[in-house]
Design a protein around this ligand. Structure first.
Ligand code: C2E
Ligand code: CA
Ligand code: CA
Ligand code: CA
Length: 282
């Protein structure tokens, strides 16, 4: 790793602007974080509205920097887009997928009730030719049951008539993984494509849930997405549920699953294990 660093610093010259320097420093730091295991996954429960049971967990990456004190935990907003720009999202994303599958297997060994784990996939990752074979390899290496791995994709990745994209989605479905569209409603959706895509679930973005049930427009949009999902035979999940009122509304509209601070914030492994053992969060 050190010689790696030296190679990069060779390119330094005084005319380089601060942005470039910061970027190089960031790349160096994130590379080190990957090599030295400073990344960690937090897990946020997903609750089935009808049964009030926890049915899944979303894996969310955290960067735990070794320096003690405040700011020790760096959030994805601070590093995901830079990781995408610098290409480091590839090793990072691979690490996340492996860590999530290994954690599933670890919980299985401990005799925990099985919960599907969902992983956020970056557009940069999905766009690579090797994406499907990477998923296949990770499933094999970790002996992860494919239907217990959910990939959260976004509209911008899949809502194209692009043959390659459709082929990729079909191949992923053949592997048996669960596919969902994350942040649904915020991007460009074509209902025509949606109908033909082998997708299993829609996740309604938090920005719509925020003003439910009082905001007239957001409530109308939320109702429409739930109805659309039902018509297409897709599971519908609401994210960012913070109030009992939101939950009551979503239950009354038969939104299948909810996720948000009302149920639980994302938790570290040691925090979530006792809750999972009890089989509920109350
Ligand atoms: P997202 O996929 O929309 O994930 C949900 C985000 O909303 C998480 O933020 C979560 O902590 C937060 N959240 C959950 N419930 C509530 C709530 O009730 N209220 C509010 N205000 N927020 C809530 P987080 O963990 O900071 O992640 C932010 C984004 O970073 C994620 O948004 C996702 O797009 C991205 N991300 C996180 N982990 C990964 C990863 O492993 N790979 C990639 N490519 N992206 C990731
Ligand atoms: Ca997500
Ligand atoms: Ca996302
Ligand atoms: Ca979101």
């Amino acid at each position: 790793a050190k010689s790696h660093g030296r190679n990069k610093y060779q390119f330094f010259n005084p005319s380089m602007n601060e942005g470039t320097l910061e970027r190089l420093q960031f790349m160096y730091d994130l590379r080190r974080a990957l090599d030295e295991n400073e990344l960690s996954l937090y897990y946020q429960p997903r609750m089935e509205t009808a049964s009030k049971r926890i049915v899944g967990l979303e894996a969310l990456v955290r960067w735990i920097s070794p320096e003690p004190g405040a700011g020790r935990i760096r959030m994805p907003q601070e590093f995901i887009s830079l990781a995408e720009e610098t290409g480091l999202i590839i090793p990072l994303g691979e690490w996340v997928l492996r860590a999530a599958c290994n954690q599933y297997k670890e919980w299985e060994r401990q005799g925990m009730p099985p919960l599907r784990i969902s992983v956020n996939i970056s557009v940069v990752q999905f766009g690579r030719d090797e994406f499907v074979s990477l998923i296949r390899r990770i499933l094999e290496e970790t002996a992860m049951p494919p239907d217990m791995l959910e990939l959260e994709l976004t509209e911008s990745m899949v809502m194209k008539s692009d043959e390659e994209v459709i082929l990729k989605l079909r191949q992923l479905k053949e592997l048996g993984v669960f596919l969902s569209i994350d942040d649904f409603g915020t991007g460009y959706s074509s209902f025509t494509y949606l109908k033909h895509f082998p997708i299993d679930a829609l996740k309604i973005d938090r920005s719509f849930i925020q003003d439910v049930p009082h905001g007239v427009r957001d409530t109308a949009i939320t109702k429409t997405i739930i109805a659309l999902g039902r018509r297409l035979g897709l599971k519908v999940v609401a994210e960012g549920v913070e109030t009992k009122e939101q939950l009551a509304f979503l239950s009354s509209r038969k939104c299948d699953e909810v996720q948000g601070y009302l149920i639980s914030k994302p938790l570290a492994v040691e925090e979530i294990e006792p809750l999972l053992r009890n089989g509920n969060l109350s």
